[in-house]
Design a protein around this ligand. Structure first.
Ligand code: ATP
Ligand code: MG
Length: 327
């Protein structure tokens, strides 16, 4: 059975981008393979974060996974930091990725610009090394990601290839799986930028209340020509709203365009807001239930055990290949 792995960093409250790009699809994916789903808490340390916020965000993501319909018995849901093999493998793999490759990663370039030049942590530079470890530990075939993470998955493939050539077949080569619709949800206030939880401009948060969601969508930046057409370059705001609508209504962009042909921007936005509210409000209710019942704790404990059982075998295999003495 194919292995599927996916993770979200607890750097902030999850956005509609995370929901459409990843969360929404997990429920159906769980029938297609063996899923490893984690909270990338070690990755969240790459930018400054308050300890109490990191804790809260991590628990929230566990609850979001369950609220998205993932069955904790069928899937392995865990915290990255509770499976120490991730960090151990990263120490080994850092020797097989090169500084030049790492410095070309878009995420590193984007995020380091925002930091003071003297305070760019090694972790943000080495991020793809830890991400490669996350993936390679589980012999993963498929990684459902938003478009922004494809570059990192490709780097993981390069690394796995390099390693396999040198030491013989060790790692499975992973494939990124990107949605047709909703691979990149953009900011509502600047539709030329990706909606990101660590950059709060123009985000819809998964825990925003109904009124806030409607207000944010009604004030989304659009354009002046009053036609509802998908054209990312000329009409990024309208295209983004069409994408949100299509992704949440499970229709194609063309069908969404047809549905809104001749409609004014105000009515269009109202209808987009309606599908977002219809999706998120019941999701929030499930989240609240899971949070207050504490059901996520058991899921995370079980998940850590199951993940560790697989990860420790891979780590042992790697250690043997490279000549570390295993006792
Ligand atoms: P950060 O700002 O901390 O990087 P993020 O919103 O980019 O936060 P990540 O934790 O980096 O979220 O990514 C989690 C998953 O969500 C990844 O698979 C990523 O590709 C996907 N994702 C993130 N933003 C979007 C977006 N705007 N549209 C679609 N998918 C997205
Ligand atoms: Mg990101």
């Amino acid at each position: 059975m194919a292995r599927i792995l996916t993770g979200v960093k607890p750097t902030g409250t999850l956005t509609l981008g995370n929901y459409i790009g990843v969360l929404k699809n997990l429920k159906s994916l769980q029938n297609e393979g063996e899923m490893f789903i984690f909270i990338a808490d070690l990755h969240a340390l790459t930018l400054p974060i308050e300890p109490s916020i990191l804790t809260k965000n991590s628990i929230d993501i566990a609850c979001f996974y369950l609220a998205a319909g993932l069955d904790p018995k069928k899937n392995t849901i865990f915290l990255q930091s509770s499976v120490s093999e991730h960090a151990e493998l990263a120490i080994i793999l850092q020797n097989y990725l090169y500084m030049g490759e790492l410095s070309r990663m878009t995420q590193y370039k984007d995020q380091s610009i925002k930091l003071n030049q003297n305070a760019i942590g090694l972790g943000i530079f080495a991020y793809p090394v830890l991400m490669a470890s996350d993936i390679l530990l589980y012999d993963v075939d498929t990684i459902p990601v938003g478009e922004d993470q494809v570059q990192h998955v490709e780097l993981t493939r390069d690394l796995a290839n390099r390693f396999n050539k040198r030491y013989g077949d060790t790692f499975t080569l992973p494939q990124p799986l990107v949605n047709k619709v909703g691979k990149r949800i953009m900011s509502l206030s600047d539709p030329t930028k990706k909606m990101s939880k660590s950059d709060s401009k123009g985000d819809i948060y998964l825990l925003d209340d109904e009124k806030t969601i409607r207000k944010k969508i009604m004030s989304a930046v659009t354009d002046l020509d009053n036609t509802i057409k998908y054209d990312v370059n000329k009409k990024p705001g309208i295209s983004n709203l069409l994408t949100i609508y299509a992704a949440l209504s499970d229709c194609s962009i063309e069908e969404a365009e047809k549905h809104f042909s001749g409609c004014g921007y105000g009515d269009f936005k109202k209808e987009v807001a309606e599908v977002v509210v219809k999706e998120l409000v019941p999701f929030q209710e499930r989240y609240q239930e899971i949070l207050s019942s504490g059901a996520y704790k058991e899921a995370l404990e079980e998940g850590a055990k199951k993940a560790k059982a697989v990860a420790s075998k891979t780590l042992l295999r790697v250690k043997e290949k490279i000549g570390l003495v295993t006792l």
